[in-house]
Design a protein around this ligand. Structure first.
Ligand code: ZN
Length: 396
Protein backbone atom coordinates (compact mmCIF):
# COMPACT_ATOMS: atom_id res chain seq x y z
CA UNK A 1 0.00 0.00 0.00
CA UNK A 2 1.24 3.40 -0.94
CA UNK A 3 -1.41 5.51 0.73
CA UNK A 4 -1.12 9.16 1.69
CA UNK A 5 0.70 9.71 4.97
CA UNK A 6 -1.78 9.70 7.83
CA UNK A 7 0.38 11.91 9.98
CA UNK A 8 0.53 15.22 8.16
CA UNK A 9 -1.22 17.40 5.60
CA UNK A 10 0.24 16.87 2.11
CA UNK A 11 -0.21 20.58 1.28
CA UNK A 12 1.13 22.43 4.34
CA UNK A 13 2.77 19.62 6.35
CA UNK A 14 0.74 20.39 9.46
CA UNK A 15 0.09 17.54 11.89
CA UNK A 16 -3.35 19.02 12.66
CA UNK A 17 -4.69 16.49 10.21
CA UNK A 18 -7.54 14.20 11.17
CA UNK A 19 -9.95 11.79 9.47
CA UNK A 20 -13.53 13.11 9.70
CA UNK A 21 -15.48 10.91 7.32
CA UNK A 22 -15.28 7.32 6.08
CA UNK A 23 -17.11 5.36 3.45
CA UNK A 24 -15.91 1.94 2.41
CA UNK A 25 -15.79 -0.07 -0.83
CA UNK A 26 -16.56 2.46 -3.54
CA UNK A 27 -15.47 1.76 -7.14
CA UNK A 28 -11.95 3.02 -7.64
CA UNK A 29 -12.89 4.26 -11.12
CA UNK A 30 -16.12 6.17 -11.72
CA UNK A 31 -15.25 6.95 -15.29
CA UNK A 32 -14.11 3.53 -16.38
CA UNK A 33 -17.24 1.96 -17.81
CA UNK A 34 -17.75 -1.72 -18.46
CA UNK A 35 -19.13 -3.68 -21.43
CA UNK A 36 -20.40 -6.43 -19.17
CA UNK A 37 -22.80 -5.93 -16.28
CA UNK A 38 -21.33 -8.55 -14.00
CA UNK A 39 -17.80 -7.26 -14.48
CA UNK A 40 -19.08 -3.77 -13.71
CA UNK A 41 -20.56 -4.99 -10.44
CA UNK A 42 -17.33 -6.80 -9.56
CA UNK A 43 -15.10 -3.79 -10.24
CA UNK A 44 -12.16 -2.97 -7.98
CA UNK A 45 -13.13 -1.02 -4.89
CA UNK A 46 -11.36 1.24 -2.43
CA UNK A 47 -12.11 3.24 0.70
CA UNK A 48 -12.73 6.92 1.26
CA UNK A 49 -11.15 8.06 4.53
CA UNK A 50 -11.29 11.82 4.32
CA UNK A 51 -8.96 13.87 6.50
CA UNK A 52 -9.14 17.63 7.13
CA UNK A 53 -6.21 19.94 7.81
CA UNK A 54 -7.21 22.51 10.39
CA UNK A 55 -4.21 24.65 9.44
CA UNK A 56 -4.70 25.17 5.67
CA UNK A 57 -8.15 23.62 5.13
CA UNK A 58 -7.05 20.94 2.66
CA UNK A 59 -9.10 17.73 2.54
CA UNK A 60 -7.74 14.44 1.26
CA UNK A 61 -8.54 10.75 1.10
CA UNK A 62 -5.84 9.14 3.22
CA UNK A 63 -6.89 5.66 2.02
CA UNK A 64 -6.07 6.66 -1.55
CA UNK A 65 -3.48 4.46 -3.22
CA UNK A 66 -2.25 5.93 -6.53
CA UNK A 67 -0.75 2.59 -7.55
CA UNK A 68 -4.27 1.22 -7.92
CA UNK A 69 -5.17 3.76 -10.57
CA UNK A 70 -3.72 3.62 -14.00
CA UNK A 71 -5.23 6.07 -16.40
CA UNK A 72 -5.63 4.40 -19.72
CA UNK A 73 -7.16 5.33 -23.02
CA UNK A 74 -10.44 3.74 -22.02
CA UNK A 75 -10.80 6.29 -19.22
CA UNK A 76 -13.76 8.37 -20.28
CA UNK A 77 -14.35 11.65 -18.53
CA UNK A 78 -14.96 14.05 -21.39
CA UNK A 79 -17.90 16.30 -20.63
CA UNK A 80 -17.65 18.01 -23.96
CA UNK A 81 -20.71 16.40 -25.49
CA UNK A 82 -23.00 18.69 -23.55
CA UNK A 83 -23.75 22.04 -25.23
CA UNK A 84 -23.86 23.64 -21.77
CA UNK A 85 -20.38 22.38 -20.98
CA UNK A 86 -19.12 23.36 -24.44
CA UNK A 87 -20.42 26.88 -23.88
CA UNK A 88 -18.62 27.02 -20.55
CA UNK A 89 -15.33 25.74 -22.00
CA UNK A 90 -15.54 28.16 -24.89
CA UNK A 91 -16.30 31.19 -22.76
CA UNK A 92 -13.52 30.20 -20.34
CA UNK A 93 -11.06 29.86 -23.24
CA UNK A 94 -12.13 33.27 -24.60
CA UNK A 95 -11.81 34.87 -21.19
CA UNK A 96 -8.32 33.43 -20.64
CA UNK A 97 -7.21 34.47 -24.13
CA UNK A 98 -8.36 38.05 -23.55
CA UNK A 99 -7.20 38.36 -19.95
CA UNK A 100 -3.74 36.94 -20.66
CA UNK A 101 -3.39 38.32 -24.17
CA UNK A 102 -2.96 34.87 -25.65
CA UNK A 103 -2.57 35.58 -29.34
CA UNK A 104 0.23 33.90 -31.33
CA UNK A 105 1.65 32.54 -28.10
CA UNK A 106 2.66 29.08 -26.87
CA UNK A 107 0.21 27.47 -24.49
CA UNK A 108 0.92 24.37 -22.40
CA UNK A 109 -1.75 22.19 -20.91
CA UNK A 110 -0.96 19.67 -18.17
CA UNK A 111 -3.43 16.78 -18.08
CA UNK A 112 -4.89 17.78 -21.44
CA UNK A 113 -7.11 14.69 -21.72
CA UNK A 114 -8.24 14.26 -25.30
CA UNK A 115 -7.21 17.84 -26.01
CA UNK A 116 -10.54 19.59 -26.49
CA UNK A 117 -9.70 22.62 -24.34
CA UNK A 118 -6.18 23.01 -25.71
CA UNK A 119 -7.57 22.95 -29.25
CA UNK A 120 -9.99 25.71 -28.24
CA UNK A 121 -7.23 27.88 -26.74
CA UNK A 122 -5.03 27.28 -29.77
CA UNK A 123 -7.58 27.88 -32.49
CA UNK A 124 -9.47 30.79 -30.88
CA UNK A 125 -6.28 32.77 -30.18
CA UNK A 126 -4.11 31.45 -33.01
CA UNK A 127 -1.77 29.97 -30.45
CA UNK A 128 0.52 26.97 -30.52
CA UNK A 129 -0.56 24.36 -27.99
CA UNK A 130 1.39 21.58 -26.30
CA UNK A 131 -0.58 19.10 -24.24
CA UNK A 132 0.72 16.52 -21.77
CA UNK A 133 -1.40 13.52 -20.88
CA UNK A 134 -0.52 9.84 -20.49
CA UNK A 135 -4.05 8.89 -21.58
CA UNK A 136 -4.00 11.02 -24.74
CA UNK A 137 -5.67 9.52 -27.78
CA UNK A 138 -6.16 11.44 -31.00
CA UNK A 139 -9.68 12.43 -31.93
CA UNK A 140 -10.62 12.42 -35.63
CA UNK A 141 -12.11 15.89 -35.36
CA UNK A 142 -8.76 17.30 -34.23
CA UNK A 143 -6.75 16.05 -37.21
CA UNK A 144 -6.95 19.39 -38.98
CA UNK A 145 -5.32 21.14 -35.99
CA UNK A 146 -2.14 19.02 -36.09
CA UNK A 147 0.03 21.98 -37.13
CA UNK A 148 -1.22 24.01 -34.20
CA UNK A 149 -1.37 21.51 -31.38
CA UNK A 150 1.08 18.85 -30.26
CA UNK A 151 0.40 16.16 -27.68
CA UNK A 152 2.90 14.29 -25.56
CA UNK A 153 1.61 11.03 -24.19
CA UNK A 154 3.26 11.37 -20.79
CA UNK A 155 3.07 13.17 -17.45
CA UNK A 156 4.49 16.71 -17.44
CA UNK A 157 7.78 16.89 -15.57
CA UNK A 158 11.26 18.39 -15.47
CA UNK A 159 12.10 16.06 -18.38
CA UNK A 160 10.31 18.52 -20.63
CA UNK A 161 12.19 21.76 -19.96
CA UNK A 162 12.55 22.24 -23.74
CA UNK A 163 8.82 22.93 -23.86
CA UNK A 164 8.22 26.40 -22.45
CA UNK A 165 4.99 28.31 -22.75
CA UNK A 166 3.63 31.82 -22.26
CA UNK A 167 0.72 30.26 -20.45
CA UNK A 168 0.29 27.00 -18.55
CA UNK A 169 -3.12 25.62 -17.82
CA UNK A 170 -4.21 22.55 -15.92
CA UNK A 171 -7.82 21.62 -15.50
CA UNK A 172 -9.24 18.88 -13.28
CA UNK A 173 -5.90 17.22 -12.65
CA UNK A 174 -4.54 18.52 -9.33
CA UNK A 175 -7.31 16.76 -7.37
CA UNK A 176 -6.01 13.40 -8.66
CA UNK A 177 -2.51 13.87 -7.27
CA UNK A 178 -1.77 12.68 -3.69
CA UNK A 179 1.03 15.22 -3.19
CA UNK A 180 -0.39 18.15 -5.17
CA UNK A 181 2.39 20.55 -4.24
CA UNK A 182 4.85 18.23 -6.02
CA UNK A 183 3.25 19.15 -9.36
CA UNK A 184 3.36 22.86 -8.52
CA UNK A 185 7.01 22.59 -7.48
CA UNK A 186 7.76 20.64 -10.62
CA UNK A 187 6.23 23.41 -12.77
CA UNK A 188 8.26 26.02 -10.90
CA UNK A 189 11.41 23.96 -11.48
CA UNK A 190 10.66 23.32 -15.16
CA UNK A 191 9.87 26.93 -16.06
CA UNK A 192 13.15 28.16 -14.52
CA UNK A 193 13.38 31.90 -15.18
CA UNK A 194 10.36 31.97 -17.48
CA UNK A 195 7.30 33.88 -16.28
CA UNK A 196 4.26 32.16 -17.74
CA UNK A 197 0.81 32.92 -16.39
CA UNK A 198 -0.71 29.90 -14.73
CA UNK A 199 -4.34 28.76 -14.69
CA UNK A 200 -5.70 25.85 -12.67
CA UNK A 201 -9.26 24.58 -12.37
CA UNK A 202 -10.34 22.02 -9.75
CA UNK A 203 -13.63 20.92 -8.17
CA UNK A 204 -14.65 23.31 -5.40
CA UNK A 205 -14.57 21.70 -1.94
CA UNK A 206 -17.04 24.33 -0.68
CA UNK A 207 -19.59 22.97 -3.14
CA UNK A 208 -18.91 19.36 -2.08
CA UNK A 209 -18.79 19.78 1.70
CA UNK A 210 -20.52 23.05 2.59
CA UNK A 211 -23.26 22.95 -0.03
CA UNK A 212 -23.41 19.12 0.09
CA UNK A 213 -22.57 18.24 -3.50
CA UNK A 214 -21.76 14.84 -2.06
CA UNK A 215 -21.88 12.89 -5.33
CA UNK A 216 -18.56 14.50 -6.19
CA UNK A 217 -16.72 12.52 -3.53
CA UNK A 218 -14.99 9.85 -5.57
CA UNK A 219 -11.95 7.60 -5.18
CA UNK A 220 -10.16 9.17 -8.16
CA UNK A 221 -10.17 12.53 -6.39
CA UNK A 222 -7.76 12.23 -3.52
CA UNK A 223 -7.64 15.99 -2.89
CA UNK A 224 -10.40 18.55 -2.23
CA UNK A 225 -9.42 22.21 -2.42
CA UNK A 226 -11.20 25.22 -0.98
CA UNK A 227 -10.05 28.71 -2.00
CA UNK A 228 -7.78 28.94 1.05
CA UNK A 229 -5.96 25.61 0.61
CA UNK A 230 -5.61 26.32 -3.11
CA UNK A 231 -4.09 29.74 -2.43
CA UNK A 232 -1.80 28.24 0.20
CA UNK A 233 -0.65 25.44 -2.15
CA UNK A 234 0.31 27.98 -4.82
CA UNK A 235 1.97 30.56 -2.61
CA UNK A 236 3.96 27.93 -0.70
CA UNK A 237 5.36 26.67 -4.04
CA UNK A 238 6.49 30.07 -5.28
CA UNK A 239 3.47 31.38 -7.16
CA UNK A 240 1.61 34.60 -6.49
CA UNK A 241 -2.12 34.13 -6.75
CA UNK A 242 -3.83 36.85 -8.80
CA UNK A 243 -7.34 35.58 -8.67
CA UNK A 244 -9.48 32.73 -7.31
CA UNK A 245 -13.04 32.43 -8.58
CA UNK A 246 -15.89 29.98 -8.21
CA UNK A 247 -17.16 29.03 -11.66
CA UNK A 248 -19.71 26.70 -13.28
CA UNK A 249 -22.34 27.63 -10.69
CA UNK A 250 -19.83 27.21 -7.88
CA UNK A 251 -18.83 23.67 -8.86
CA UNK A 252 -15.31 24.61 -9.96
CA UNK A 253 -12.55 26.70 -8.47
CA UNK A 254 -10.45 28.68 -10.95
CA UNK A 255 -7.05 29.99 -9.95
CA UNK A 256 -4.85 32.40 -11.87
CA UNK A 257 -1.29 32.87 -10.68
CA UNK A 258 2.20 33.80 -11.80
CA UNK A 259 5.67 32.87 -10.56
CA UNK A 260 6.56 35.01 -7.54
CA UNK A 261 7.85 34.76 -4.03
CA UNK A 262 7.21 31.83 -1.73
CA UNK A 263 4.84 32.53 1.16
CA UNK A 264 4.06 29.88 3.76
CA UNK A 265 1.85 31.84 6.14
CA UNK A 266 -1.88 32.43 6.11
CA UNK A 267 -3.54 35.82 6.50
CA UNK A 268 -5.96 36.39 9.38
CA UNK A 269 -8.82 36.32 6.88
CA UNK A 270 -7.64 32.97 5.48
CA UNK A 271 -7.34 31.49 8.98
CA UNK A 272 -10.90 32.61 9.65
CA UNK A 273 -12.08 30.81 6.50
CA UNK A 274 -10.28 27.61 7.56
CA UNK A 275 -12.08 27.80 10.92
CA UNK A 276 -15.42 28.13 9.11
CA UNK A 277 -14.60 25.09 6.98
CA UNK A 278 -13.63 23.19 10.15
CA UNK A 279 -17.20 23.72 11.40
CA UNK A 280 -18.61 22.46 8.10
CA UNK A 281 -16.42 19.36 8.28
CA UNK A 282 -17.52 18.71 11.87
CA UNK A 283 -21.18 18.55 10.87
CA UNK A 284 -20.60 16.80 7.56
CA UNK A 285 -21.23 13.16 8.54
CA UNK A 286 -24.69 13.94 9.93
CA UNK A 287 -25.70 15.99 6.91
CA UNK A 288 -24.33 13.35 4.54
CA UNK A 289 -26.39 10.61 6.25
CA UNK A 290 -29.51 12.78 6.12
CA UNK A 291 -29.09 13.28 2.41
CA UNK A 292 -28.61 9.56 1.75
CA UNK A 293 -31.76 8.78 3.78
CA UNK A 294 -33.68 11.43 1.88
CA UNK A 295 -32.84 9.84 -1.47
CA UNK A 296 -33.42 6.27 -0.29
CA UNK A 297 -36.89 7.23 0.90
CA UNK A 298 -37.61 9.09 -2.29
CA UNK A 299 -36.63 6.15 -4.53
CA UNK A 300 -38.63 3.76 -2.33
CA UNK A 301 -41.67 6.00 -2.74
CA UNK A 302 -41.26 6.09 -6.53
CA UNK A 303 -41.07 2.28 -6.50
CA UNK A 304 -44.20 1.92 -4.37
CA UNK A 305 -46.05 4.29 -6.67
CA UNK A 306 -44.97 2.19 -9.67
CA UNK A 307 -43.10 5.09 -11.26
CA UNK A 308 -40.62 4.45 -14.03
CA UNK A 309 -37.45 6.36 -13.14
CA UNK A 310 -34.16 7.00 -14.90
CA UNK A 311 -31.23 9.20 -13.99
CA UNK A 312 -29.48 11.46 -16.50
CA UNK A 313 -25.70 11.78 -16.54
CA UNK A 314 -23.27 8.85 -16.20
CA UNK A 315 -20.36 10.97 -15.01
CA UNK A 316 -18.92 10.88 -11.52
CA UNK A 317 -22.09 12.28 -9.93
CA UNK A 318 -24.37 9.72 -11.61
CA UNK A 319 -22.13 6.79 -10.73
CA UNK A 320 -21.57 7.91 -7.14
CA UNK A 321 -25.30 8.48 -6.59
CA UNK A 322 -25.98 4.74 -6.99
CA UNK A 323 -22.88 3.59 -5.19
CA UNK A 324 -23.52 5.75 -2.11
CA UNK A 325 -27.19 4.75 -1.94
CA UNK A 326 -26.17 1.08 -2.17
CA UNK A 327 -29.71 0.13 -3.16
CA UNK A 328 -30.60 -3.05 -4.99
CA UNK A 329 -31.68 -2.00 -8.49
CA UNK A 330 -33.82 1.01 -7.66
CA UNK A 331 -33.29 2.23 -11.22
CA UNK A 332 -32.22 0.25 -14.28
CA UNK A 333 -31.01 2.88 -16.72
CA UNK A 334 -28.84 5.97 -16.81
CA UNK A 335 -29.06 8.29 -19.80
CA UNK A 336 -25.95 9.91 -21.21
CA UNK A 337 -25.49 11.92 -24.39
CA UNK A 338 -21.89 10.72 -24.84
CA UNK A 339 -22.05 7.89 -27.43
CA UNK A 340 -18.79 6.48 -26.05
CA UNK A 341 -20.60 5.73 -22.77
CA UNK A 342 -23.78 4.28 -24.21
CA UNK A 343 -24.43 0.51 -23.98
CA UNK A 344 -21.87 0.30 -21.18
CA UNK A 345 -22.48 -0.47 -17.49
CA UNK A 346 -21.91 1.60 -14.38
CA UNK A 347 -19.10 0.40 -12.08
CA UNK A 348 -20.28 -0.97 -8.76
CA UNK A 349 -24.03 -1.06 -9.25
CA UNK A 350 -24.27 -2.09 -12.92
CA UNK A 351 -26.98 0.19 -14.36
CA UNK A 352 -26.99 0.25 -18.15
CA UNK A 353 -26.15 3.52 -19.89
CA UNK A 354 -28.54 4.38 -22.70
CA UNK A 355 -28.93 7.16 -25.26
CA UNK A 356 -31.60 9.88 -24.84
CA UNK A 357 -33.48 8.30 -27.78
CA UNK A 358 -33.94 5.15 -25.69
CA UNK A 359 -36.44 7.14 -23.61
CA UNK A 360 -38.81 7.53 -26.57
CA UNK A 361 -39.76 3.88 -26.06
CA UNK A 362 -39.03 3.52 -22.37
CA UNK A 363 -41.24 6.53 -21.52
CA UNK A 364 -40.04 7.31 -18.00
CA UNK A 365 -42.32 9.11 -15.53
CA UNK A 366 -39.38 10.75 -13.78
CA UNK A 367 -35.91 11.81 -14.88
CA UNK A 368 -33.42 12.60 -12.12
CA UNK A 369 -30.90 15.10 -13.45
CA UNK A 370 -27.58 14.49 -11.75
CA UNK A 371 -26.14 17.91 -12.51
CA UNK A 372 -28.76 20.69 -12.37
CA UNK A 373 -26.60 22.84 -14.63
CA UNK A 374 -27.79 20.66 -17.54
CA UNK A 375 -31.48 20.84 -16.57
CA UNK A 376 -32.51 23.22 -19.35
CA UNK A 377 -30.83 21.33 -22.16
CA UNK A 378 -32.31 18.05 -20.88
CA UNK A 379 -35.77 19.58 -20.68
CA UNK A 380 -35.51 20.67 -24.31
CA UNK A 381 -34.35 17.23 -25.47
CA UNK A 382 -37.24 15.54 -23.66
CA UNK A 383 -39.74 17.97 -25.16
CA UNK A 384 -38.32 17.32 -28.64
CA UNK A 385 -38.97 13.61 -28.11
CA UNK A 386 -42.56 14.24 -27.05
CA UNK A 387 -41.76 13.52 -23.41
CA UNK A 388 -42.79 16.91 -22.03
CA UNK A 389 -44.93 15.28 -19.34
CA UNK A 390 -41.94 13.57 -17.83
CA UNK A 391 -41.15 15.04 -14.39
CA UNK A 392 -37.63 16.38 -13.90
CA UNK A 393 -36.05 16.03 -10.47
CA UNK A 394 -32.64 17.40 -9.59
CA UNK A 395 -30.34 14.84 -8.03
CA UNK A 396 -28.78 17.27 -5.58
ZN1 ZN B 1 -2.65 21.72 5.52
Amino acid sequence: MNTISQSSCPVCGSSEWKVFFEIKDVPIFCNLLWSNQQEAQNCHRGDLDLAFCSHCGFISNVAFDPDRLEYTQSYENALDFSPRFQDYAKSLAMRLIERHNLYHKTVLEIGSGKGEFLVLLSTLGNNYGIGFDPSYVQLDQHQHTQDQVKFIQDYYSERYTEYQGDFICCRHTLEHIPQPTQLLKSIKQTIGDQKPDIFFEVPNALETFERLGIWDIIYEHCGYFSPVSMAYAFSSCGFEVDNIEEEFKGQFLCVEAHPGKTVTTLTAEQTKKVKQLAEVVKGFKTKFDQKIDFWKNKLETFKTEGKRVVTWGAGSKGVTFFNFLKMQNPIEYIVDINPRKQRKYVPGTGQKIVSPEFLEEYKPDIVIVMNPIYQEEIKKMLANMGLQNCVLETGV
